[in-house]
Design a protein around this ligand. Structure first.
Ligand SMILES: [Zn+2]
Length: 378
């Protein structure tokens, strides 16, 4: 097996064959000895894995350059003979039971720990469950989070949102629209550029599927208590901002039956880690936030809005660095990075929505193989 190591983590073997980029993984599979999967089910498990990856990862995005379009195709080779696993990308230990505690690690698989000590190539460790190939329900996580988004305060700069903020607003809108497209959403503008700010924000909301977006400008000057003061964003303290609010509660009862609000199966998400993608429900690290500022995805004054989401996981230094590298790939590939620190409908958070940013590590492999860096993800 050959090897491509994205700077954001994961590993795979890419090859470019005409208009196809083949992403091959070799997996050693081990039936867990303390919680073994019945043999027949263990054999079917890898087939189910392959079906799910094809069904969900293929046909979503491709890569275009001049007149050429390259389509990603995913191939998995499974090896259950331990003597033939030392060149695998990952060794997956499959244990009986439900999903929910899956692991895709950058550490060596247990049986190959000695290879690391000798400074040699080693397969990485992964633990998945028999239930990881079955449908899941993570809609509750997304539903609970939806409430906390709103009211949402958006900073604008000369009437314009920074790219990451724009992506954030679009993400909220897609999630609300998926639950209730007709919900009345108010967009209120404040500050010197309120008319252009309102236009900018409401255009994104409508383009993301919300059907009933109403715009208004602040009437705060009518309140004698506010005379002579400019209104300030409750999130950032800035005076040029937009508030997104709603009149009625969001009806989240439909989320459970709307596929985008849950993983198709846990392995579809775990496979993203094997491609070098990070958990998006985990916090954005300080390092990554600084990178967002440096690449002008956000303004320096917005940094704190993207950090420290209560109740969400803080990553290890290694993963923080990989998160930063992921953001750099996004800039190079010309796509928005995703929203971190919240349960969203994104496949790398808690749903089944694929975004162009989920293909940046394959983009990096394509750049490496083709010698051209002007591919776009379409
Ligand atoms: Zn994960």
């Amino acid at each position: 097996m050959s090897l491509f190591l994205p700077k954001s983590g994961g590993r795979f073997d890419p090859s470019l064959l005409g208009n196809e980029i083949r992403i091959t993984h070799k997996f050693g599979t081990v039936n867990d000895s303390s919680r073994p999967v019945p043999e027949e089910e263990f054999q079917q498990w890898s087939m189910r894995f392959t079906q799910l990856i094809q069904q969900h990862w293929e046909g979503k995005y491709s890569f275009r350059r001049q007149n050429q379009t390259v389509v990603p195709k995913f191939i998995q080779i499974f090896e259950d003979d331990e003597k033939k696993m030392s060149d695998a990308h990952f060794v997956i230990r499959v244990r009986d039971g439900k999903g929910g505690n899956e692991l895709v690690s950058s550490k060596p698989a247990q049986m190959f720990e000695d290879l690391k000590e000798k400074g040699m190539y080693f397969p990485m460790a992964s633990t998945l469950a028999a239930g990881s190939v079955l449908p899941t329900d993570s809609s509750g996580l997304i539903g609970d989070t939806l409430w906390k988004w709103i009211p949402f305060y958006v900073d604008t700069f000369g009437g314009v949102m920074k790219p990451q903020t724009k992506a954030h607003v679009a993400s909220i809108a897609r999630q609300v629209a998926g639950a209730q497209a007709g919900l009345t959403v108010y967009v209120t503008g404040y500050g010197n550029y309120k008319t252009s700010s309102i236009n900018e924000v409401s255009t994104v909301l409508r383009a993301s599927g919300l059907l009933n977006v109403q715009t208004r400008t602040s009437k705060k000057f009518l309140n004698p208590g506010n005379w002579g003061k400019s209104s300030q964003s409750r999130a950032s303290g800035r005076t040029d901002y937009v508030k997104i609010s709603i009149k009625d509660d969001i009806n989240v009862s439909t989320l459970k039956t709307t596929p985008v609000y849950t993983y198709p199966a846990a392995v579809v998400h775990e496979f993203g880690h094997m491609l070098g993608l990070k958990d998006e429900y985990a916090c954005l690290s300080e390092k990554s936030a600084n990178q967002l500022v440096k690449l002008d995805f956000i303004d320096a004054s917005e940094k704190n809005l993207y950090l420290n989401n209560p109740g969400t996981r803080t990553e290890t230094p290694e993963v923080q660095e990989e998160q930063k590298q992921f953001i750099k790939y996004c800039r190079k590939a010309g796509v928005e990075p995703t929203v971190f620190g919240k349960y969203t409908t994104s496949i790398m958070s808690a749903g089944s929505e694929f975004r162009p940013c989920h293909f940046v590590t394959i983009w990096a492999a394509l750049v490496h193989l083709s010698g051209f860096d002007d591919w776009t993800i379409v």
